[in-house]
Ligand binder design. Sequence first.
Ligand code: TXA
Ligand code: MG
Length: 323
Amino acid sequence: MNLVLATPPAIERAARLLAKGGLVAFPTETVYGLGANACDGRAVARVFAAKGRPRFNPLIVHVPDTETAARFGVLTAAALALARQFWPGALTLVVPRLADTSLSELVSAGLPTVALRVPRHPVAQALLRAANVPVAAPSANRSGHVSSTTAAHVAADLGDKVDMILDGGACPGGIESTIVKLDDGAPVLLRAGAIPREDIERVLGERLTLPAAPARPEAPGGLASHYAPRARLRLNALEAKPGEVLLGFGPDMPADAHGLNLSPAGDLVEAAANLFAYLRALDETGARVIAVMPIPNEGLGEAINDRLARAAAPREAHDDVPQ
Ligand code: TXA
Ligand code: MG
């Protein structure tokens, strides 16, 4: 059984697992998180596979303190004021990503922002300090299930899909973190959560606005616009026509094709890890069309195809799609 009590030696072992690409479920003061090294695209891809998420939602990146958070995102005066008041704690800040971080693109699902959180729970704190890497962690439940608040829930939901479950007892909160977006616009409440909206507004000295997109009750918290390349996408292509670049998959990509192969071996975890970075790189060639080879619609292929289908949709459909 991979469920272990969160003793100091177990936390050390979990930290080593994380650093080398493993998945570790750990308690926070809100709910259990399913953690992976946020700089390791394959590890992040395995999180989506373990949860059975049919879509790539961006993930929250957990760090031990504000100084570490500032290495990955732009913390404005308003962000620092909230951090001073609520970190460590149940507040997640969505802020612009710093340009030259080592974070995987998949963590942000290709978006220019990153969600940062400094948890207060002593096990989460100890784990983050020992791992010495930022930890991407959604709630540790299968997609569509409620968040797990005990290690036993995690084991029942995710079981052998995680390398280790650190049992730190029941989470004291049980409600997910409040998510606030702070970019150059007005501050936005992306998800109501453990910290009341009024408390945040008091620190900011202004009201939080709600996201522009119509909030869909079946998609709580998932209101990020999705990454859209400038180029048009042509799906199910077997080769690139003149003037196109090819986003390939598997061993059948023509050797002389101008483009990038998501996974020459046909590995969907590797393909997911490369998806956003490769789309961006091909977009930056200036090609008008990115031809995309077929990707099997199984496992992570479902989420990859979901994202490609949205990127291929007519331009108007790119905006404010709830996820
Ligand atoms: O309390 C919590 O926040 C727990 C613990 C484990 O930290 N985590 C959690 O993660 O609830 P998750 O993945 O279940 O929910 C995170 C939400 C998602 O709905 C996602 O869409 C949103 O955060 N999110 C993450 N990054 C974002 C971004 N760059 N822009 C907008 N929304 C983002
Ligand atoms: Mg969740």
